[in-house]
Design a protein around this ligand. Structure first.
Ligand SMILES: NC(=O)C1=CN([C@@H]2O[C@H](COP(=O)(O)OP(=O)(O)OC[C@H]3O[C@@H](n4cnc5c(N)ncnc54)[C@H](OP(=O)(O)O)[C@@H]3O)[C@@H](O)[C@H]2O)C=CC1
Ligand SMILES: CC[C@H]1OC(C)=C(O)C1=O
Length: 322
């Protein structure tokens, strides 16, 4: 069992909380007397240094997943980077003082416990990893849910070395990691990706061999076809038309009719993916991509949500300092 020196932890904290489903600007409130979460035997308590936003945050707030959600009141937020201040009795991998990061909700559509848009959060040991020393807390907070979705989604599509991939939505939180992982981890022979005209060069620096301006090109009409299409924008049906014989479309966007060879993928948060990618992160072969407006200070979280909801964020929207 990890040994630890007790750290003074207050009983109350600031946190962004919503008591009912609705739009962030209507229901999300900064409260100052929220109970600091307890930790069970398998959890650690984290002093939050940075957090990042994901579309699932506002979709959950709208009530899109109410059938499987833990009902409000809810502390919002999935991604965290911070410092361990307390460990449960069965925690083995971490000790007080460790710098950690992760997506605290193992099952994105069935989230339980405290979110990360708070001064403290609690998380199961298995969803966390040690923060790479070459990443700031803000950079680290930008990775977990998006990079795990990119990695696990590519695994589910069985992208293998020397195969080709088309990423629909290459400039987003998930898309920027999907390009990098396809090239530098999965060894794709050809990586193509779509974005608007102003982001073409960014996608090439991330590893795209071909960046397609989706506003002036219909990718499914291009002569080149792909083994895998990774859809982050809800275009699985069009993606099928861009496939080679035997190809497959992995889509991460719900609410669309999806037929084989397309399938829907939903991320499972696990620190093991972050640990597996740690050498690549330390070698700078896998890099965080922060939206130019990031980071937003904790007090500006509503503005951060508005920016993310516009659907034009480039890379990740990060909340720092907290
Ligand atoms: N199933 C799962 O496990 C998960 C699902 N998701 C879902 O995946 C989707 C993407 O998430 P995330 O990457 O965080 O989203 P982002 O908000 O980060 O995506 C924003 C990006 O999308 C790009 N974009 C928007 N429309 C298009 C389009 N038609 N073609 C190409 N690019 C486009 C924009 O680029 P531009 O300005 O150039 O248009 C922008 O850079 C969301 O719906 C999210 O809910 C996310 C994570 C996990
Ligand atoms: C099933 C798609 C849903 O799951 C996550 C994590 C999102 O962001 C979604 O839209």
């Amino acid at each position: 069992m990890a040994t630890s020196t007790p750290v003074n932890v207050p009983s109350k904290m600031k946190a962004w909380v919503y008591g009912q489903y609705g739009k962030p600007e209507d229901v999300l409130k900064l409260e100052s007397e929220v109970d600091v979460p307890d930790v069970n035997d398998n959890q650690v308590l984290i002093k939050v240094v940075a957090a990042s936003l994901n579309p699932v945050d506002f979709k959950r707030m709208y009530g899109e997943f109410k059938a499987t959600d833990s009902p409000p009141p809810t502390v919002a937020g999935y991604d965290v980077a911070g410092v361990v201040v307390r460990v449960g009795s069965k925690v083995k991998e971490f000790k007080v003082g460790d710098e950690v990061y992760g997506d605290v909700h193992e099952h994105a559509l069935n989230p339980k416990g405290c979110g990360t848009l708070a001064e403290y959060t609690a998380a199961e040991e298995k969803v966390l990893a040690l923060k790479p020393k070459n990443l700031s807390f803000a950079e680290a907070a930008s990775l977990p849910l998006a990079v795990e979705t990119a990695y696990e989604g590519l695994e589910s599509a069985r992208l293998s070395a020397c195969e080709s991939v088309l990423v629909l939505g290459g400039a987003g939180g998930v898309g920027t990691f999907t390009i990098q992982l396809s090239k530098h981890v999965f060894g794709a022979s050809k990586v193509a990706a779509t974005c608007s005209a102003g982001k073409l060069e960014l996608l090439k620096t991330l590893g795209a061999d071909l960046a397609i301006d989706y506003k002036s090109n219909k990718y499914e009409d291009l002569p080149e076809k792909f083994d895998v299409v990774y859809d982050t924008v809800g275009e699985a049906d069009r993606g099928i038309k861009a496939l080679k014989e035997g190809g497959r479309v992995v889509t991460i966007v719900g609410g669309q009719s999806v037929v084989p060879p397309a399938f829907v993928f939903v991320v499972t948060s696990t620190g093991s993916v972050l640990t597996r990618l740690k050498p690549l992160i330390e070698e700078k072969k896998l890099k965080p991509v922060m939206d130019p407006k990031s980071p937003f200070p904790f007090s500006h979280t509503i503005e951060a949500f508005s920016h993310l909801q516009c659907g034009r964020a480039t890379g990740k929207v990060v909340i720092y300092p907290i």
